[in-house]
Design a binder for this molecule. Structure first.
Ligand code: DOR
Length: 443
């Protein structure tokens, strides 16, 4: 008797970190059940992926969806709609909401909202600070938790672990990889006058300079060594940090964002003003080139969006009252595909950075690979599609993108979440079916 599946994806070119191969994909009960030449397999639903590449759905391990407390900027529903439209099938959300995510109750509240309203799969970071450091070994193991996140320098919100003693306490409690925003708070405070007396946002990378990032990253490396604890440094913005991190790849993993890879000072500040303001800042082209070198030579493990929306009105405030952060969850994959077409990286490396990388460093169960037995989280992309990113395509509640009017070649055509078509030709389909991501270390 011939085999029958729920969904059959025919004629696509399947991309994995190791190479590209032509194969059909059979999906049943949300999982990939068969791969290969599936001529004899019958299916309730068939997608012809001729001329398309099939990638594992993007796992974006750094987004800020602002719920609860800051829903005027974003919420889990709009953030996850934005994700699905951009080919992202799982997100890890950050704890600088209001209230901060610092205990079981605040995590449960987010999980409860996400189970009702999320369009993609999700996990939430537990914030770490002096108040909860001693409970983190238990808190980081709660279902739906992506691990612990700390801010060494102040950014949006009040979450902070600035001193070595507090960071050491966080690192001493627990075993999972700790994600870190590494800017040195004392140096930021001592240089705040630069921002206050500045006329424009162009001063932002001067206030939060390379040395502020380097100091924090160096301190963090030493503290991670002392504790022998795995650490993930988020949104690295400078070539200088990459040179340092190159010597610590046994313990430390590295994220970059498309903002730092695609924008450069001073042009972005001239063109976009505070709409390109983020922490750590977008720096000049020599740093952008250094980040691309680190993509090519393997120092970078993961690309995250650092989707951090604020309203247009907030961004229009005079610097430095303009808040830091830009939306990005929806634009990461189109921008990456465009970078592939420009010869900046291969499609295989895109999959390594957006699916296999997050799977490996966070210990995600059953996702991040196109393989039998894995969740059927997929994105079908057309590498030849010429499109323009526009504000009206953006699902995020903030309604804008720093990449408005940017022409790209390469576009997500279909997003599939655990076997269900969730986006087709820029249209979001079905209902919010998101579920919590599972991790090896919390079972
Ligand atoms: O620019 C940023 N904005 N950097 C961060 O680390 C936080 C984020 C936000 O939450 O707005």
């Amino acid at each position: 008797m011939s085999k029958s599946v729920d969904l059959l994806i025919k004629n696509g070119r399947i991309v994995s970190p190791g190479g590209i191969s032509q194969a059909d994909i059979g999906i049943a009960n949300g999982k990939i059940v068969t791969l290969g030449d599936l001529g004899g397999v019958s299916a309730a639903n068939v997608i012809d992926a001729k001329n398309l590449y099939v990638l594992p759905g993007v796992i974006d391990s750094q987004v800020h969806f602002r719920e609860p407390g800051l829903e005027h900027k974003e919420d889990i529903e709009h953030g996850t709609r934005s994700a699905i439209k951009g080919g992202v099938t799982s997100i890890f959300e950050m704890p600088n909401t209001s209230p901060l995510t610092l205990d079981e109750d605040t995590l449960s509240q987010k999980l409860e909202i996400a189970r009702r309203t999320a369009w993609c799969d999700f996990a939430f970071f537990m914030g770490g600070n002096s108040e909860n450091a001693h409970q983190l070994a238990e808190l980081e193991r709660l279902p739906g938790c992506a691990g612990v996140k700390i801010f060494m320098g102040s950014s949006t919100g009040t979450l902070l672990a600035k001193d070595d003693e507090v960071i050491a306490m966080v690192l001493a409690n627990g075993t999972r990889r700790v994600s870190v925003h590494a800017e040195d708070e004392d140096r930021l405070l001592s240089r705040q006058g630069i921002a206050v007396s500045a006329e424009t946002v162009e001063a932002h990378p001067d206030w939060r300079d390379v040395e502020s990032a380097v100091r924090a990253t160096k301190r963090l490396i030493q503290l991670a060594r002392d504790a022998n604890r795995r650490v993930h440094v988020l949104h690295i913005s400078s070539k200088d940090e990459m040179d340092i991190l190159a010597n610590h790849k046994d313990l430390i993993t590295v994220e970059v964002t498309l903002n730092h890879l695609s924008l450069a000072a001073p042009d972005c500040y001239e063109a976009l003003g505070a709409f390109s303001q983020m922490n750590p800042p977008v720096r000049d082209i020599s740093h952008q080139n250094g980040l691309w070198d680190a993509i090519r030579n393997g120092i970078v493990d993961v690309i995250g969006s650092d989707h951090a929306p604020h309203t247009k009105e907030e961004k229009e405030r005079p610097y430095p009252s303009s808040p830091s952060g830009m939306p990005g969850v929806q634009t990461s994959l189109p921008l990456l595909l465009d970078h592939v077409n420009r010869g900046r990286l291969t499609l295989e490396r895109v999959v390594d950075l957006t699916a296999a990388g997050p799977q490996r460093i966070f210990g995600i169960m059953g996702k991040g690979r196109i393989a039998v037995g894995y969740d059927a989280d997929l994105v079908l992309v057309d590498l030849n599609a010429d499109r323009v990113i526009t504000n009206d395509w953006i699902e995020s509640k903030c309604g804008w993108t720093p990449f408005n009017d940017t022409k790209v070649r390469g576009w997500p055509i279909t997003t599939i979440l655990r076997g269900k078509i969730a986006m087709q030709d820029d249209e979001i389909l079905g209902e919010p079916l998101g579920a919590a991501v599972r991790f090896f270390e919390t079972t």
